[in-house]
Write a protein that binds this ligand. Structure first.
Ligand code: NAD
Ligand code: WQD
Length: 334
């Protein structure tokens, strides 16, 4: 298939492009390079032997985005482009709604105009909010989101569902990612956070790289194995492979499916820290702090639907996730 990948030079998008190319698909990337850089294209070429066609286009610029649709006949779209920082979304909500909602509507309108029926959308476990019991199941539906970023994911899910009802030929898969971490085994692709990282593993990586003094562990009084928060961490390469299965599923079905992508297993902050210590071979300094506002104690996925509909099961364990993250961090310093 010829697939438009918005946000394709970003963290998850770049890994997905590699897996799409490895599976024989043709990839065209649209990205405004707000949170990624052009050298990712060379890295994708080094890994796969293929340099994807690239357009530096902002999805908010509908005219320029339409040029991309005029020049290419797409079979499908995987839509990653968007802003993703939870705290920032609270501070500048309109910017988040504009980019993640208005930008997405531009894309969906062009898909309709150019009759591109198959879509995979990057949703998030954040849409469950803290309304439900773990493991989170797709059938729970949408919970009460706790920040504008999460609300943009929820709104996109609602928009796509309504759009598919009105256009019965459409086929969309809404992937609710849990906590993607890790990097490509080549050490070439990974996550480079902008500023101070909010997420756990990028923060640990910066402590290990000597950029931060210690990890701040947000709370150790939760009702969990050791009191620290538990999450379902998934290797970004597993997540990328899930996208290949999801877009192939979309192309052979109709309607809207919501599918969790996680491992189904939860690890605490301290367990992740220990796995990272094993990967880098030394202790990592940390301090226990107050709970972070908005955090929930435990979050992990029910993965039965991904297995049943997509035949997808995550392969990498937490040790491999930390080893690959560490390898990428070491390469950044070179
Ligand atoms: P990322 O920031 O690395 O990638 C997003 C890409 O989109 C970047 O390359 C950025 O430059 C581009 N972009 C942003 N706004 C754009 C615009 N208006 N026009 C064109 N390009 C634009 O983020 P990621 O971690 O790869 O996340 C990809 C998607 O997955 C996002 O939609 C994110 O919300 C979602 N998601 C991420 C996580 C996570 O923990 N990383 C979890 C759940 C969902
Ligand atoms: C994981 C655990 C923290 C940093 C966020 C978004 C979610 C999704 C994934 C996009 C928690 C603890 C963290 C630190 C810590 N993104 N922690 N010290 O909050 O589960 O999910 O990213 O869709 O929407 O909300 O991920 O990595 O921030 O936190 O102790 O410096 O690590 O308290 O228990 P989270 P996270």
């Amino acid at each position: 298939m010829k697939i438009l990948v918005t946000g394709g030079t970003g963290y998850i998008g770049s890994h997905t492009c590699v897996e799409l190319i490895n599976s024989g698909h043709e990839v065209v990337i649209v990205d405004n390079l707000y949170n990624s850089s052009l050298d990712v294209l060379d890295k994708i070429e080094t890994i796969t032997g293929v340099k994807p066609k690239f357009y530096k286009v902002d999805i908010l610029d509908k005219e320029k985005l339409e040029e991309v649709f005029k020049e290419n006949k797409f079979d499908a779209v995987i839509h990653f482009a968007g802003y993703k920082a939870v705290g920032e979304s609270v501070a500048i909500p309109l910017t988040y709604y504009e980019n993640n909602i208005a930008g997405s509507i531009n894309l969906y309108q062009l898909m309709k105009k150019y009759e591109v029926r198959n879509l995979v959308f990057s949703s998030s476990a954040t849409v469950y909010g803290d309304d439900f019991e773990v493991p989170f199941k797709e059938e729970y539906g949408l919970g009460t989101t706790t920040n504008p970023y999460g609300t943009t994911k929820k709104m996109n899910e609602m928009i796509i569902t309504d759009m598919d009802k009105a256009e019965p030929e459409n086929s969309s898969v809404l992937l609710r990612y849990f906590n993607p971490i890790g990097a490509h085994a080549s050490g070439l692709l990974g996550e480079i956070p902008n500023g101070i990282p909010n997420n756990l593993v990028p923060y640990i990586a910066q402590v290990v790289a000597g950029q931060r003094d210690f990890l701040r562990v947000w709370g150790n009084d939760y009702d969990t194995v050791d009191g620290t928060g538990v999450r379902d961490y998934i290797h970004v390469v597993d997540l990328a492979k899930a996208h290949v299965k999801a877009i192939e599923y979309a192309a052979s079905h109709k309607g809207t499916e919501v599918i969790n992508i996680g491992t189904g297993k939860g690890y605490s902050v301290m367990q992740v820290l220990k796995a990272y210590e094993k990967a880098c071979g030394h202790d990592i300094p940390y301090q226990i702090m107050e709970r972070r506002p908005g955090d929930i104690a435990v979050c992990y996925a029910d993965t039965a639907k991904a297995e049943e509909l997509l035949g997808f099961k995550a392969q990498y364990d937490i040790d491999e996730m930390c080893e690959d993250s560490y390898r990428f961090t070491c390469n950044l310093k070179k």
